[in-house]
Design a protein around this ligand. Structure first.
Ligand SMILES: CC(C)(COP(=O)(O)OP(=O)(O)OC[C@H]1O[C@@H](n2cnc3c(N)ncnc32)[C@H](O)[C@@H]1OP(=O)(O)O)[C@@H](O)C(=O)NCCC(=O)NCCS
Length: 174
């Protein structure tokens, strides 16, 4: 996996484009009910394959999540990256998203990857603003966005949801 070219590197991680060879690794993410607790539930292989194919279109057309590899162990632990969301509660947004396989939690990897993605977004490609939607009950994810300097802007109740998510924001400093 790690042989393919990294888009971003951190002290311990490499972020790179997904390929269909990542299907098994991603089943440890999308196939685990605990990981998907604050998402749309467990997904099947066909769904994950389609998700990778959408990512590959996104790399060419705009933004899409990247694979997160731990360099020391050569293991792919999940995804972190940007997605364009048209009309997110009335505004076109670029959203930060991340999900990691359960065995990799608690090592600071999400914070490390998310911080690198935000730096890339604001500094390298000059985005003015990046948002993250977080379920208020998802304490670990709330901590991640807080640690990388995002601020709670407002709550958003999206179609099909029973309770509001928190919308966190970070903006480029002029
Ligand atoms: C959210 C997620 C990516 C965090 O990954 P991670 O690599 O373990 O995160 P980090 O180690 O960088 O930081 C997690 C922080 O949350 C804290 N935390 C973790 N679980 C917690 C819990 N149940 N209650 C309170 N705090 C918790 C950690 O202590 C840490 O904070 P600290 O540095 O102040 O101690 C991971 O738990 C995950 O993939 N969850 C499922 C998918 C998901 O919810 N994605 C986000 C959708 S918005």
């Amino acid at each position: 996996m790690i042989g393919s070219m990294a888009v971003l590197r951190t002290a311990r991680l490499a972020l790179r484009e997904f390929t269909l060879a990542d299907l098994d690794a991603l089943m440890d993410v999308f196939g685990d009910a605990e990981v998907m607790r604050y998402g749309d539930g467990v997904q099947c292989r066909a769904w994950v394959q389609a998700w990778i194919e959408r990512c590959r279109i996104g790399y060419g057309a705009g933004h899409a999540p990247w694979a997160v590899d731990v360099c020391a162990s050569d293991v792919t632990i999940g995804y972190c990256g940007l997605t364009a969301i048209p009309d997110l509660a009335g505004r076109d947004e670029i959203e930060l998203g991340y999900r990691l396989a359960r065995q990799s939690w608690g090592h600071g990897y999400a914070t490390e990857a998310a911080r690198a993605v935000i730096e890339y977004a604001l500094r390298d490609i000059g985005l003015a603003r990046v948002v993250a939607r977080v379920d208020p009950g998802n304490t670990a994810s709330v901590r991640v966005v807080e640690k990388i300097g995002m601020r709670h802007e407002r709550d958003v109740l999206l179609p099909g949801y029973t309770h509001p998510d928190r919308l966190y924001v970070i903006e480029r400093q002029l």
